[in-house]
Design a protein around this ligand. Structure first.
Ligand SMILES: *[C@@H]1O[C@H](CO)[C@@H](O)[C@H](O)[C@H]1NC(C)=O
Ligand SMILES: *[C@@H]1O[C@H](CO)[C@@H](O)[C@H](O)[C@H]1NC(C)=O
Length: 393
């Protein structure tokens, strides 16, 4: 267009001037025209180049977007596929573990006689005379109930298995001097804060998650150089008794939690202490305590390793140790030690707990209710256990 205009203008001008001037003008105009033409050509080139570039770019972007969309699809499919594979793998591992369980650690009499150590007056590794006729063993975890999420990742919640008290005792964290008391389960589950809770401020702070409420008394662990068991009356809120735990060079009892040196537990027979010492650093030790005097009645070196243990409880005179892995997977009972020696190897089955959140910082068996109060990564759960009779050996 610009080209044609310039040409018309030139013709009009040419008609208005004389010969000589005409020639000069013609030359001038021709030069101008040539310059213009060149510029026009350049514009054309450029603009077409621009538009080509723009078109190319647009196409590229579109195809890139398409590729991204496609990749996202592939990625999503891949993630789903991976999740399915992880699930399948986990099931396969579970299956394999059930098919090839680690050898159950059931007490063998000969081994015990070899190991027998005579400690002053304490009976060690001797056969235990059961007080009750309790002959049940865990057959499986029947049900799990998630009550709520409260407090720190580690802690302890429990109920007195003796008497008719409905009170719920809560130890939040791994060391403090305060214990929360909720009047009933209902208050504990309904209220998110500790407003509804009474507080007991103890004369000495507690450490770990191995404390026990038993017969209206709180038995708790204090670290004061060595470890002490403090017996505290929940009725008149005073210390009734205390004793230095007689084990030397204590080490954390469960490989997966560094804060527990002594775990006090109750069962149908009475109260027990689960602990570990430098002397037998690979395995967990067990002691039977007299709840009245805090004296140790008997002690045992169990064959249950500390490594990868996260918690333990005693049911009918048998210690059940729960194992996990450092990156929490499924908790399982993988070692059972029966102090009365009346449990057959077939009773010591590998028992899995349902999939959960993290790891158990405490698992308190309540012999009256036959259920376990567990603290799992800040969640409070109850496991109901299905029991069966021990098979006679
Ligand atoms: C106990 O826990 C409360 C709340 O988490 C905290 O404020 C307090 O400092 C703790 N006390 C001790 C002695 O650790
Ligand atoms: C508190 O109660 C316990 C029993 O739980 C009792 O032995 C003790 O003497 C009582 N202490 C006081 C100061 O009343």
């Amino acid at each position: 267009m610009a080209h044609q205009h310039a040409l018309l203008l030139l013709i009009t001008l040419v008609g208005a001037v004389n010969g000589q001037q005409q020639q000069q003008l013609m030359d001038y105009m021709e030069r101008r025209l040539a310059v213009l033409e060149e510029r026009i050509t350049q514009w054309h080139d450029q603009s077409s180049r621009y538009s080509t570039e723009l078109r190319d770019f647009k196409n590229k972007v579109i195809s890139m977007l398409e590729a991204v969309e496609k990749e996202r699809e592939t990625l999503r499919a891949e993630v789903e596929n991976t999740a399915v594979r992880v699930d399948r793998l986990e099931r396969e591992v579970d299956y394999l573990e059930t098919q090839n369980p680690a050898p159950p650690c059931v007490e063998v009499d000969e081994k015990l006689t070899d190991n027998q150590v005579s400690t002053s007056k304490m009976r060690k590794n001797e056969k235990y005379d059961q007080l009750t006729d309790c002959s049940d063993t865990v057959s499986q975890v029947k049900a799990m109930k998630i009550l709520k999420r409260f407090g720190s990742t580690a802690g302890l919640w429990t109920k007195d298995p003796v008497g008719n008290s409905e009170k719920i005792y809560v130890f939040d964290g791994t060391s403090n001097d305060t214990v929360y008391v909720f009047p009933r389960m209902r208050e504990f589950t309904l209220f998110s804060a500790t407003r509804k809770a009474a507080r007991i401020k103890l004369p000495y702070p507690w450490v770990g998650t191995g404390h026990l409420v038993y017969g209206s008394h709180l038995y708790y662990i204090r670290r004061h150089g060595t470890f002490q068991v403090i017996k505290f009356s929940l009725v008149n809120k005073t210390i009734v008794d205390s004793s230095v735990f007689p084990a030397e060079e204590q080490i954390p009892v469960f490989g997966l939690s560094s804060y527990n040196y002594i775990d006090l537990v109750a069962d149908e027979e009475g109260i027990w202490a689960i602990y570990a010492t430098q002397e037998n650093e690979r395995n967990i030790a067990l002691a039977k305590l007299d709840p009245a005097s805090l004296d140790i009645e008997q002690m045992w070196d169990t064959p249950c390793p500390r490594e990868n243990a996260e918690s333990a409880f005693v049911i009918c005179g048998a210690l059940y140790v729960v194992y996990n892995t450092r990156l929490p997977s499924r908790s399982r009972i993988q070692c059972v030690f029966d102090v009365s020696g009346s449990m057959g190897p077939e009773d010591a089955a590998l028992i899995y707990f349902p999939k959960r959140y993290g790891s158990h910082s405490s698992m308190k068996y309540n012999p009256k209710e036959r259920q376990i109060y567990a603290w799992d990564d800040g969640y409070q759960l109850i496991y109901r256990m299905e029991m069966k009779k021990k098979s006679e050996i």
